[in-house]
Design a protein around this ligand. Sequence first.
Ligand SMILES: O=C(O)CCC(=O)C(=O)O
Length: 173
Amino acid sequence: MNGPPLHLDSAFVASPDALFEWLGAAVTWDERMKARKTASFGVPYNYSQIAYEPVPMPAELDALCGQIEAKLGFRPNNCLLNHYVDGASSMGFHSDSSEALAPGTGVAIVSVGSTRTITYRSKADSAVRFDYPLPHGSLLYMSDAVQQEWLHAIPKADSVGERISLTFRAILK
Ligand SMILES: O=C(O)CCC(=O)C(=O)O
């Protein structure tokens, strides 16, 4: 079986060190979730029973929305961030519903910090798995077609430092 039809750009962010530093200084992290810290900007995308307030998109993230629009053809209005403090922080297997998303759009994930692996597991056969590293400054795009056929997770890892993922969505208002 082939792996999921992903779009992966390993050098999407021009200055990933600067973005990582800015996030560290500017973001107040929400600690309601046990497995990792989160933060939300723009129109809220509420999931895992956690609701977020609308927060204006900062210029630094709005610039990434523009870059995503140029690359993928849609402009996100939400950025949900995940802060994986170390290798014990994780995200379990799930797929994202497209119900709240603008038609024909998916989830764009920008990664900064330590490289973590995203694992895809086929919904049809749980033995079929594919791993992809998500390096500092990369972009991964998952269409709804990927979500229909595959679950994805960020498994725990040994000896890794901090990672922040910036997940961008075009939320229906
Ligand atoms: O942190 C990541 O890269 C994973 C994000 C994710 O799985 C999601 O937003 O559905």
